[in-house]
Design a protein around this ligand. Structure first.
Ligand code: WT7
Length: 681
């Protein structure tokens, strides 16, 4: 399945010296290791597991599973029966066994240049123990769910690892999500406590996070789900700074910061931590105990709580981090993703810490205060491995080479990308301008569900083709299926599926195993279905062609069309809504919304603004519609199904609509076409 030979021409390589001392130095070596990982997964992963601390060894098979719905319940178990603790493995083991206590775990840099701090592995361990003791004192026990709604501060890592230390399950909600999204997630995962902050700055915009958290808690209360405790980190408040790990030292005043306080529920992070011990025995957990829940959009509109469990996730994030970034002890690694997304869970927190890496943790934006911020930081911290998203690359590319080239970037060795297919133009700019044609690009394809990279180049081993995620990671067996569910061989295009689990694959949708099975395993029994289309070329390279379900990928984040549609129809003026994607030069896709108004309602700029606000408040800023078109009628089949294909073509301004003979009323299309929204300048 992995080709014997890879092409010599039309492919790109990083600098040859990267092969020296690389974990996987050649394509031959990759192939050998890949075959081992498939033929004898127990040995392959068993060897990886030796680096970790196990309180007791596993009892059954290393990896046990059923991926075929026709044969019974879907399950994956990795190292069942073993007991361990992931927090112990990423902190105590590094401090005590590997003598990395004084090594920097994170260089934190705030939104404002000059706001910075650093934390060593030993300091991080103590901070985590203190906060774990705080959580315990607030009644958190093994198995309890804790919601975390924090900006990119070191305390976010502390809070998540403190949960892991106690065997509690963290459910992190990206701080860019709305109060309503937060409350839905708190209720769905049945959290008993919320950890949040007073506020933070995104560029020059202040976000009063505590107000949003309070709104969310009020919504929970209204629905009969009261939360009794909320721990509030003072990140911007004046009194905050002495005990903060990520404190803006300038003590700037934030006149617009509002921190409403409910003494019944709210507790100050700093006061609690000051009174807590920095010693805390980890809770030994079973391999398949839940580690965290993270929500991702679902095609029915209701987000799914993706559940990951302890040992398999730990092994997989550690192995992918080590091999995909070819991690070396003196690296400085920087992943720009927010911890609120899976990329941050796996490749800001768990993967790097498991390897004892030094990382940059950045609170701010790539364009603030100016568009060279990233490269200035690369030089400042001497970053050697850099991981970001195509949308950020396209955004910065617009400003030309000068903001990049005024910094040296000579520390960079490997560049990574994730989130969506990277268009060749952006790839070439990243490769030649950012990486000076020296640094390989690891185009890592994966999903919230996969826990870690599943298709990816290895930097010293895999010849790159711009836009291709190349080949499977160890233990991963991809296939391409046609509509009938038949596996296609050789060059082909179809549904991307996986034939067997790897340690880090999700275990269930929290509280809804039926939905887990029907979403990923029903369409093609025997396979995990990614929802992505994929092409394999003559050389065996895999190319992701994009989602083939009702999902949109906006700036590397999935949104379901149904989720946005239901936010729109909740407005009293809207009778029906249909949302499709329209290609966008920076975001990848933008949201194009067709709305049919109720009788007697008229479309006008005020209503349009209200609808935008409504979607933002229901879901979050990321879902803000780019275009809203008044649609007196929607193209429907005779059975009443909206023809999204036709709407997509209208949104793109494509005149040739193909076969529309199944439409009930074709005049609807002409009207929509004439009135379609023009692209913004
Ligand atoms: C979807 C998963 C995994 C972390 C970020 C997104 C798309 C992701 C790539 C890539 C082409 C990619 C897919 C996938 N995607 N990485 N390198 N090339 N497409 O996590 O929100 O769960 O989204 O992102 O469509 O299914 P997510």
């Amino acid at each position: 399945m992995i080709p014997d030979k890879v092409p010599k021409d039309d492919v790109f390589y990083g600098a040859a010296e990267l092969q020296k001392g690389a974990h996987v130095p050649t394509f031959e070596k990759y192939k050998d290791m890949y075959m081992q990982s498939i033929q004898d997964p127990d040995k392959f992963w068993g060897d990886m597991a030796k680096d970790f601390f196990w309180k007791s060894q596993h009892t059954g098979r290393f990896l046990d599973y059923n991926f075929d719905v026709t044969k019974g319940e879907i399950f994956t178990k990795c190292m069942a029966g073993a007991s361990t603790n992931i927090c112990y493995n990423v902190l105590d083991r590094n401090v005590h066994d590997r003598k990395l206590g004084d090594k920097v775990a994170f260089h934190w840099e705030g939104n404002e240049p000059g706001d910075e701090s650093m934390v060593t592995y030993r300091e991080l361990l103590h901070a985590v123990c203190r906060f774990a003791n705080v959580l315990k004192s607030q009644g958190v026990r093994k198995g309890d769910r804790v919601a975390i709604y924090l900006p990119m501060v070191v305390e976010l890592v502390v809070a998540m690892l403190a949960c892991a230390r106690l065997g509690a399950v963290h459910s992190i909600v990206f701080a860019g999500f709305s109060a309503e999204s937060l409350s839905d997630r708190i209720m769905d995962s049945g959290c008993s406590l919320l950890v949040t902050a007073d506020g933070f700055y995104r560029g020059d915009k202040l976000i009063n996070l505590k107000i949003l958290a309070d709104e969310a808690l009020q919504k929970c209360r209204d629905k009969g789900f009261p939360l009794h405790r909320c721990i509030v980190l003072k990140h911007l408040s004046k009194e905050a700074h002495e005990t903060s790990l990520s404190c803006p030292p300038a003590k700037r005043s934030c006149p617009d910061l509002q921190v409403p306080w409910n003494p019944e529920v709210d507790r100050c992070w700093h006061a609690l931590v000051a009174a807590a011990s920095d010693q805390c025995e980890p809770e030994w957990c079973e391999s398949e105990d839940p580690l965290f829940i993270l929500y991702t959009s679902g095609s029915t509109g209701k987000p799914k709580g993706v559940l990951h469990t302890l040992s398999g996730y730990m092994l997989y994030t550690a192995a992918t981090f080590k091999l995909v970034f070819d991690h070396r002890p003196d690296d400085v690694y920087w992943c720009t993703a927010d911890i609120g997304w899976i990329t941050g869970h796996s490749y800001v927190t768990y993967g790097p810490l498991a390897n004892g890496a030094t990382s940059v943790l950045f609170e701010g934006l790539p364009t603030y205060p100016d568009v060279s911020r990233m490269w200035q930081m690369v030089d400042k911290y001497r970053v050697s491995k850099f991981y970001t998203a195509p949308t950020a690359i396209r955004l910065l590319m617009k400003y030309g080479n000068e903001p990049v080239q005024k910094y040296k970037r000579d520390s960079l060795k490997v560049l990574g990308t994730v989130g969506e297919p990277i268009n060749p133009e952006a790839w070439h700019w990243y490769f030649s301008v950012v990486g000076d044609s020296r640094c390989p690009i690891v185009d890592t394809f994966w999903q919230t569900e996969t826990g870690g990279h599943v298709l990816t180049p290895l930097p010293a081993a895999t010849p790159m083709k711009p836009g291709s995620a190349t080949f499977p990671f160890f233990g991963v067996v991809p296939a391409i299926l046609n509509e009938c569910g038949e596996e296609l061989e050789g060059p082909s295009e179809g549904y991307l599926v996986f034939k067997q689990p790897w340690p880090g694959v999700m275990r269930t949708v929290y509280g809804n195993h039926g939905r887990f099975q029907s979403t990923y395993f029903k369409k093609f029994p025997g396979y995990y279905v990614t929802g992505d289309g994929c092409r394999r070329d003559k050389d065996g390279y895999y190319w992701i062609t994009g989602r083939i379900d009702d999902m949109l990928n906006v700036s590397g984040h999935l949104l379901s069309t149904a989720e946005v549609e239901s936010a729109l129809v909740e407005h009293e003026a809207v009778a029906e809504a249909a949302v499709v994607g329209r290609p966008h030069p920076v975001k990848g896709e933008s949201l194009y919304c067709f709305v049919t108004l109720g009788d007697g309602r008229t479309f006008n700029p005020t209503l349009e603004a209200q609808l935008r606000k409504q979607v933002r408040e229901k879901i979050g800023a990321i879902a803000t519609p780019d275009y809203i078109q008044d649609a007196p009628g929607l193209p429907k089949t005779r059975s009443g199904k909206i023809m999204r294909r036709v709407l997509r073509q209208i949104a793109r301004g494509e005149k040739d609509l193909g076969d529309i003979s199944t439409l009930a009323d074709s005049s609807v299309v002409e009207t929509l076409f004439i009135n379609r929204c023009q692209p913004a300048l």
